[in-house]
Structures are given as structure tokens and as C-alpha cells.
Design a binder for this molecule. Structure first.
Ligand code: TEU
Length: 542
């Protein structure tokens, strides 16, 4: 391959600032809280921090509804705090990547307020349409349940919102919108950020507003998923802005196949540097994420392998702020919590691509322990709960679905220590702290050589020193429901990675010099302990 870029060398750590560390007692995490822990992230081996949105926002969707792209929400601090974060991070050689949410703004953004006036030059920044035959402009359905149109009394028309009604979609047929976005990007890049995680980036361009083919989810999506118009926008952003800075982009791409995904991040096309795809995160669901079934490790492995083969570089993740905790989902958050969290760590960091760790994943934080909807803050969960109830689904079943799937599972405050509220805040946390913080917390794991966190550190160091793990070819060997086996090869070196998803011992027909295991052992004898993962070095020629 060509000389690797710095974003291929480093490990990314995602911070969801609201839940990271509060320093002023208002119950909401803040930028000074992030600065406080930068040193410990450095020690963990993190080279890039992705910050979920910290901009001004009415917080209908916790910052993914931006009302001012050039200012910091007072809950998080000030622009001075942000500048300090950038300079502290630079001192530690940690790059900062911001969330770029440009499919939509908040309905409280100045552009949208002005756009409500049909005569305003901002009218065309958004997608306004009159109703059709006494109904909505089309039959599209939203990512957050329900339809995609909201009527505005003031102008007598509807506006499109693929997400919540407080997140109106921008109109990318209007060149002024793209110019605004380019200026926002330059503003942050000039400040010293090193790139963007681009929110739902493959839905920007709507090719038409015709009715969609009726589907169980996202009716209408054939008119906006990965359209040529979006590809053009991405190429233009690179040409006009990104190529002038030392930065990278990772796109969150929804409903992509390996083929459409490749088109969005193939180097020769000059669009994104890498993408987050979702298929492996959908291996425990029926049709929609709210209908979970038992996790099939075999399917998970096969999907991971397919994407590894399809793209030259992937963005690898098992968790983020929208997904339940990986140890509760793909591992075992009971007896084998520690082993399975470490196994998932070894797997994540052995894949080809840039690894992304979500805050708390490195200590094996689990899904929430809430008992009712009153404790849930996520707007999507409430929308969906209401929708399910409107279909007369019994409360018990609705709650079961929310409990396993709600985005709040990932959003409970980071568990720092065993003092009240897990050391997250001295005030009342905006979202409940999981009561298991007494047992599961950062402080208790930091100095324990056998902790999950220590294993993350070890694995990050191991990966940093292994060109084969970073850049070697990937080849799946055997994928069953119990063991996922693959090889990474570079030059003469061949590494064999085995990951057990079983609660029982498993025989594995593999041999080689043991380089790493999540158990304390010196060599590998062909038997994997429960949730054991190993990296073996094959002798040359085998
Ligand atoms: O998410 C987009 C997305 O498609 C989903 O992962 C989403 O979280 C939802 O669960 C669909 O059912 C991105 C952000 O990551 C998410 O937090 C935002 O709410 C969303 O875009 C809108 O900006």
C-alpha cells in the first residue's frame, strides 16, 4: 500500500461530552471535564478524539440539532475552553475531530427561523412543499418513527425532516447551503481540528420528492440514499476545503451495502476517507433495530469479514452513542464480563482499519439498569415507545424493546470511581448513573494489570507495534457461532486471530507462537477458554 496516513496509525476515542465528566456541578459533562482526562486518554494509547456535538443546540437530539455551528453550548463551556482543549490535545499529540451534522439544522437555527418567511432568501435553504390532495407532500417515513413532514402555520407549507421535527433537512439543491457548510468547515479547521465525523452523510441529496415504495422502514429512502448528488457534494467538499488541510473524514453512512459503501470512500474517487457501516450492528435484529433476537456470532463474523474484504480501509467500531453497550450485546455482561469485553477489544483492534472506542467501552460499561420510561431521556426512545403504544403493543413488550435497544444504554455517565454518581458530577446527573459503578469504574481499573482497561492499553500498544495488524491483508478462515478465526498477513508474517464467543471451552484447530491472549497463559494448546481470544504467529511457510 501507499505510505499510511496518520489517521490509519491511530486509535480513535469517541467522547459523548454530556456524559463524560462534569466539572461545574450542573449534572452535564463539559469541555473542562474532557481536558481533565486527556492525560489518561494519552496513557491509554488514544491518538484521536472524536467529539460528539458541542455546538449551541436546543438539545432536542442532544446536540445533533445545531442552532449555531460556530459557538459552544454554554452547558459545555466557552469557546475559550474549546481553544484550550485544542491546545492541550495538540501538546499531547492527540488530534481532535468534530461532529459535522449537515443533513439538517435545528429548527431554532437562524437560517430556519428566517426560512419560515416565504419571501426570505433563506426560504430555499430548507425543503418546503405545499400539501398534496389535502394530505402530506409525500408518503416518506422518518428515522425516528412517523412521517417526515411538519406543517408551518406561518407560511402555510410543510417542511421536510428525515429525523425529528426539530431537525429540518437542508436543501442541497441550493448552492448557497453548500457554501455555508464549507465556511463552517474552514472555521473549525482553521481553529486546529483535524477532521470531521460526518453525520448521516449519505442522505444529503434528495433526488426527488416523489412518493416512495411502501416499506416497513424508511419509505422514500430510494430517493435520497447515496445519490449521485451526494457523491458530487463530497467531492466538492474535498476539492474546495478538506484537501487544503491536514485532516480526514469519517462518514456515518446509513443503509449502505459493501458496493455503495465502497463508492463513498474509495480513495480514487476523492470523497470520504472511511465510513461507518451498520451491517454488523444489525446481526442481532429482525428488520428494525427495535426487534432484537439472539446474537449470532457466526453472522457477526461473516458480516465483518465481508466488509473487511470489500473496502481497502474501514472504520471499525462495536459501540457508539446510538448503540447499546457491546459487552451486553455481543459478549456476556454477567459472569464473563471481563473476559468477553477483552475478547471484543482484541477483535476490534485486530481488524484492518481505524479502530474506534466509545467512552466507557474500555472498562466494560454495560447497558443501563433503568426500570421505566421515566428514566429515559432519549427522544427517539420516547417517539418509538409512543408509536408502539399507538399500535396497542402491550407496555411490557414496548419496555422490553426499549430496554435492550435504547440509545440511552450508551449514554449513561462515565463511571470514574466509587464516590456518589460515580464521580461524574457533584450535582444531579442529566441521565441516571448505572448502579454497578461501585464495581465497574475507571479508578478501580486504572492500576489493576488484569483489568479490561489495562487490556485495552496492552492491545493498543500491541497494534501500534504490529505492521501486520495495522496494514496486513485480511482473510477469514473459519466463522462459526462459537469461534471467529481470521488471518492477517504482511510480507512473511502471518498472524492468526481466534475469538471465542462461547461460555464454554472450545477446541480450535490452530497452532503457532502465542503473541497475545486475554487470559494469562504462555502458550496455546488448541483449547480456547470461555470468551478467550488469541493472536498466534504462524511459522513462515505454513
Ligand atoms: O444517527 C443516524 C442513524 O441513522 C441512527 O444511528 C440513529 O441514531 C437512529 O437510531 C436511527 O434509528 C446520527 C447520530 O449518530 C444520531 O445520534 C442522531 O440522532 C442522528 O444522526 C440525527 O442527527
Amino acid at each position: 500500500m501507499d505510505m499510511p496516513d496518520w489517521w490509519q496509525e491511530r486509535v480513535v476515542y469517541q467522547i459523548y461530552p454530556r456524559s463524560f465528566q462534569d466539572t461545574d456541578g450542573d449534572g452535564i459533562g463539559d469541555i473542562p471535564g474532557i481536558i481533565r482526562h486527556l492525560g489518561s486518554l494519552k496513557e491509554l494509547g488514544v491518538g484521536i478524539v472524536w467529539l460528539s456535538p458541542v455546538y449551541c443546540s436546543p438539545n432536542d437530539d442532544n446536540g445533533y440539532d445545531i442552532s449555531d455551528y460556530r459557538s459552544i453550548h454554554p452547558d459545555f463551556g466557552t469557546m475559550d475552553d474549546m481553544d484550550r482543549l485544542l491546545s492541550e490535545a495538540a501538546r499531547l499529540d492527540i488530534r481532535i475531530v468534530m461532529d459535522l451534522v449537515i443533513n439538517h439544522t435545528s429548527d431554532e437555527h437562524e437560517w430556519f427561523r428566517k426560512s419560515r418567511d416565504p419571501q426570505s432568501p433563506y426560504r430555499n435553504y430548507y425543503i418546503w412543499r405545499p400539501g398534496k390532495d389535502g394530505g402530506l407532500p409525500n408518503n416518506w417515513t422518518s428515522f425516528f418513527a412517523g412521517n417526515c413532514w411538519e406543517f408551518d402555520d406561518r407560511s402555510g407549507e410543510y417542511y421536510l425532516h428525515l429525523f425529528s421535527k426539530k431537525q429540518p433537512d437542508l436543501n442541497y439543491r441550493n448552492p448557497a447551503v453548500l457554501e455555508e457548510v464549507e465556511n463552517i468547515m474552514r472555521f473549525w479547521l482553521d481553529k486546529g481540528v483535524s477532521g470531521f465525523r460526518c453525520d448521516v452523510i449519505n442522505v444529503l441529496y434528495k433526488s426527488s420528492l416523489e412518493d416512495g415504495k411502501k416499506k416497513l422502514i424508511l419509505t422514500g429512502s430510494e430517493h435520497y440514499l447515496s445519490q449521485e448528488g451526494t457523491h458530487e457534494i463530497l467531492r466538492r467538499l474535498r476539492r474546495d476545503v478538506l484537501s487544503h488541510y491536514d485532516c480526514f473524514t469519517v462518514g456515518e453512512t446509513v443503509f449502505v451495502t459493501p458496493g455503495t459503501g465502497r463508492d463513498l470512500c474509495d480513495k480514487s474517487r476523492g470523497e470520504l476517507d472511511m465510513i461507518f457501516s451498520f451491517e454488523h450492528m444489525e446481526t442481532d435484529q429482525w428488520i428494525v433495530k427495535w426487534l432484537k433476537h439472539r446474537f449470532h456470532a457466526g453472522k457477526f463474523g461473516k458480516v465483518l469479514a465481508r466488509w473487511q474484504n470489500a473496502l481497502t480501509w474501514t472504520a471499525n467500531y462495536f459501540e457508539n452513542h446510538d448503540q447499546p453497550r457491546s459487552v451486553s450485546r455481543f459478549g456476556d455482561d454477567g459472569v464473563f464480563r471481563s473476559e468477553s469485553a477483552k475478547m471484543l477489544c482484541l477483535l476490534l483492534l485486530s481488524l484492518r482499519g481505524t479502530p474506534y472506542i466509545f467512552q466507557g467501552q474500555e472498562i466494560g460499561m454495560t447497558n443501563f439498569d433503568f426500570t421505566s420510561m421515566d428514566e429515559i431521556r432519549d427522544m427517539e426512545s420516547h417517539n418509538v415507545y409512543r408509536y408502539f403504544r399507538s399500535l396497542h403493543i402491550p407496555k411490557r413488550l414496548c419496555w422490553r424493546s426499549i430496554r435492550t435497544t435504547s440509545r440511552d444504554n450508551a449514554r449513561t455517565p462515565v463511571q470514574w470511581n466509587s464516590t456518589p454518581n460515580a464521580g461524574f458530577t457533584t450535582g444531579t446527573p442529566w441521565l441516571g448513573v448505572n448502579k454497578n459503578y461501585i464495581k465497574i469504574n475507571m479508578e478501580q481499573q486504572r492500576d489493576d494489570p488484569n483489568s479490561i482497561r489495562s487490556f485495552y492499553r496492552r492491545m493498543i500498544t500491541f497494534r501500534a507495534g504490529s505492521e501486520t495488524l495495522k496494514y496486513g491483508d485480511f482473510r477469514a478462515r473459519k466463522t462459526t457461532n462459537r469461534i471467529f478465526t481470521f488471518e492477517r498477513t504482511l510480507g512473511d508474517e502471518k498472524l492468526m486471530v481466534l475469538c471465542s464467543f462461547s461460555r464454554h471451552k472450545q477446541k480450535a484447530a490452530a497452532s503457532g507462537r502465542l503473541l497475545l491472549s486475554n487470559y494469562d497463559r504462555r502458550d496455546f494448546n488448541g483449547i480456547l477458554a470461555p470468551y478467550e481470544a488469541v493472536i498466534l504467529q504462524k511459522e513462515a511457510g505454513i
